[in-house]
Design a protein around this ligand. Structure first.
Ligand code: ZN
Length: 223
């Protein structure tokens, strides 16, 4: 799952308009942002197996980002950080934390069993990756449904719909670009980590653009 994770950011923005879109866009991928840095630095490991259907990733070592306790720690830390550093309201901070945890839940649906319930413990994953067409349908469906909720919420705040629609379109384009890229060869390292990190930063920057106008609308938004 790549852009399907942003469905959680859209849903989060719909229920907590005071959470800046960029915090939710980083939040829903924060666990993978950490993973990309850890893969680059050799803290976590994975490899690609071109024989696999759907995603070719074999993620055999990622206890610090994708184990259940690690995901909980990242989620709580993110909520605390946006509360302290950005002074977001409590509800908006909680929703940013939930957006972080949504990553693990959506990974649980698509990953092959590589998510540890505790470091070194049992590994879970429902392996929707093995069925590439339904997997893509789930990602696009989530994006469409949650994107529609976000657009409706913007309209109720008197904000233009088009920046949201443009962002959703951009994410679909990113997904297509990712599918057309050749799978990484063998052991994952600097190249893969840097590519993934860059994609998430570009996606977050694009999300930030949708928040440029409308500070006044936010002032009247419910928390
Ligand atoms: Zn992940």
């Amino acid at each position: 799952m790549f852009v399907g994770h942003y469905a959680a950011a859209f849903a989060g923005k719909a229920v907590a308009p005071k959470a800046p879109m960029w915090t939710l866009a980083i939040g829903c991928q924060l666990i993978d942002v950490g993973w990309s840095v850890f893969v680059m630095t050799g803290v976590e490991h994975g490899r690609a197996d071109p024989a696999l259907p759907g995603s070719t990733l074999v993620l055999y070592d990622m206890p610090w980002t994708h184990s259940l306790p690690a995901a909980l720690v990242w989620s709580i830390a993110a909520a605390a950080l946006v509360k302290l550093l950005l002074r977001l309201p409590v509800w908006a901070s909680v929703v940013v934390g939930l957006s972080v945890f949504s990553h693990w839940l959506l990974d649980l649906v698509v990953h092959r069993p590589d998510l540890e319930l505790w470091p070194g413990g049992e590994r879970v994953g429902f392996a929707l990756w093995n069925y590439p067409v339904p997997e893509q349908a789930v990602e696009m469906g989530l994006l469409a449904v949650c994107g529609a909720a976000w657009v409706a919420s913007r309209k109720s705040l008197g904000r233009a719909a088009w920046p949201a629609v443009a962002l959703i379109g951009f994410y679909v384009a990113l997904q297509i670009a990712a599918m057309l890229m050749p799978p990484p060869p063998g052991e994952l390292g600097l190249d893969t980590g840097a590519t993934v990190l860059l994609a998430y930063l570009v996606a977050a920057a694009a999300a930030a653009l949708t928040g440029i106008e409308g500070k006044r609308a936010l002032a009247t938004a419910v928390e």
